[in-house]
Design a binder for this molecule. Sequence first.
Ligand code: NAP
Length: 236
Amino acid sequence: MKNVLITGASRGIGYAIAEAFKHNGWNVIGTATHKNSTNENIHVDQWIYADFTVDSHLDLLCQEIGDLSYLDACVNNAGINIIKKQNLVSKDDFSMMNKINLESPYFISAIAAQKMSELNGGKIVNLSSIWSVVTKEHRSLYSTFKTGLLGLTRAMAIEWAKQNILINAISPGFVNTELTQKSLSAEQQEDMAKKVPLGRFADPSEIAKAVLFLCSEKNTYITGQNIVIDGGFTIR
Ligand code: NAP
């Protein structure tokens, strides 16, 4: 049975990704910040609890990845958004965003790739965002780190190509999750949906099926890419 590690599998897009892998017969290892996040979930076979703002948690998670007998795929999904005027962004905001949205994927991917290289290779998918390809006011932190994730995706795709590890990013547009509800008021959500050519936000499952494809045996030649899934929002 194939093993996938999915960070932030407790809610939203991560939950849907875990569900998609489980339904396709994978063994799912999911992370969440704490046990209470995971009570209702049945699609994860093994939970690892790690709050990425705590260095020792990230170290322990990396150790657990290193101790796995094998790993076929890794999905760096956990992420937060802090929307603020740039002048109001504190060093603590910057550091928290960095730890969750970039530093953790960086070190998790490094150990995951090492583990994958011990067998026949594998797949890594990083959840970036449309705000890595376009941007708007008050998104300086989010755009900075989501764009950083694209740099990591491309650099790793080159570095691990000879070990047959294919590494890609997926950049969702607006997806119906708690993160979107926290980031946009109901009125803003209605306005934004009208600006999406397909006229609606995505369901998390619509992102999950693309992640599953990139990690599946069907993906034999896509690497180092950023795949935008936004109902056409960024092509206007
Ligand atoms: P969400 O519903 O807010 O879920 C966030 C996930 O990240 C949860 O599983 C959460 O775990 C985990 N997480 C939060 N803080 C963490 C921390 N300190 N340490 C470790 N894990 C932490 O978010 P989502 O909307 O599904 O977004 C998933 C990914 O897609 C993110 O990277 C996001 O930036 C990206 N994205 C989302 C959208 C969108 O419209 N929703 C669009 C573009 C990109 P707990 O449950 O334990 O808190």
